[in-house]
Design a protein around this ligand. Structure first.
Ligand code: GTP
Ligand code: MG
Length: 132
């Protein structure tokens, strides 16, 4: 549990929040291992969010995540997965604590500006999906 996968979603990139988000992870003591800007295909987006394919919000989620370039990153550190999830805050920015990325910087559950892996298995799967 030393590595996790993070994505800055399209509105985070478009609004110019990349530096701010990266700073928060750096300030926490996490170390950036790899990073790239990419425009993800619908096919890759569907693979990334495969666990949600039966959900009512799936199409909206895929439309959003493919709507513009994203930043994908690998971060390393002690308990990196839970550290990143804690810094991100709750999925719904309306419920995320002030001080968290979503609590401070987002308004909508769809446009919640950042993704972080939720388990060791998904971290491994997502790193392979985006960096291999
Ligand atoms: P990710 O880091 O993006 O995976 O978010 P998460 O792990 O906090 O939440 P989850 O994996 O459960 O959901 C994936 C994404 O689907 C979320 O980031 C939301 O954008 C979206 N989502 C989740 N639940 C809902 C919902 O109830 N309604 C809508 N409209 N979108 C949702
Ligand atoms: Mg998730």
């Amino acid at each position: 549990n030393k590595h996790t996968f993070v994505m800055i979603k399209p509105d985070g990139v478009e609004r110019g929040d990349v530096g701010n988000i990266i700073s928060r992870f750096e300030n926490k003591g996490l170390e950036l291992q790899n990073m790239k800007l990419m425009h993800i295909s619908r096919d890759l987006a569907k693979k990334h969010y495969q666990e949600h394919k039966e959900k009512p919000f799936f199409n909206e989620l895929i439309d959003y995540i493919t709507s513009g370039p994203v930043i994908v990153m690998i971060w390393e550190g002690e308990n990196a997965i839970s550290a990143v999830r804690f810094l991100m805050g709750a999925t719904d920015p309306q419920k995320a604590e002030p001080g968290s990325i979503r609590g401070d910087m987002a308004l909508s559950i769809t446009k919640n500006i950042v993704h972080g892996s939720d388990s060791e298995e998904s971290a491994q799967r997502e790193i392979n999906l985006f960096f291999k």
